[in-house]
Design a protein around this ligand. Sequence first.
Ligand SMILES: Cc1cc2nc3c(=O)[nH]c(=O)nc-3n(C[C@H](O)[C@H](O)[C@H](O)COP(=O)(O)O)c2cc1C
Length: 178
Amino acid sequence: MKAAILYWSKSGNTEKAALAIKAGLEASGVGVTYRRVEEAGDLEWFDYDLVCVGFPSYQFHPPEPVVAYLKNKSGEYRQQGRLKLGSPRIPGKHALIFCTYSGPHTGINEAIPAGKYVGQFFDHLGFEVEDEWYLVGEFHGKEDRSTQGRLGDIRGKPTPEDLSKIREDTVRLISRLK
Ligand SMILES: Cc1cc2nc3c(=O)[nH]c(=O)nc-3n(C[C@H](O)[C@H](O)[C@H](O)COP(=O)(O)O)c2cc1C
């Protein structure tokens, strides 16, 4: 199996999750291509069995550079005739979405719309979205949002334990897909 991890991260939370997924994939014997979205313009999604996409939630959306990347890539695939009505499944093509968030106002509801939105780019092309993982991360630089929000005191998240769980969940995901 071949996997790609594409991620965008400003303050490091999503990058930690991306590295935990990478560790889980490698422990499962999966070959991994690991790229920031900024460096992934030429990466061909269809070359991989599993594409993992990670980003933070910004106002319940993915950040603008992530949206631009996904729109650009799906525009290319549309031009190539790969976006088909009915979005038939392509056997063996899987996607994993991971979104980090701080949920200062409405908790996980701030992340789910972003995760669903990104998943649709893959679903439209025939990839099966195997899972969406939502991981709480400290809101760096805005302490009240890490202490007084709906999720309480989230300073230090994701913790090493949170990241171990991501690694283990990745191993479980791969054993299900193999
Ligand atoms: C400009 C900005 C806007 C954000 N908006 C939200 C938001 O609407 N909801 C939320 O849950 N977290 C929000 N966050 C928090 C981030 O989603 C969260 O801390 C994330 O884990 C950061 O990921 P990163 O460290 O990989 O950049 C925002 C952070 C920034 C910097």
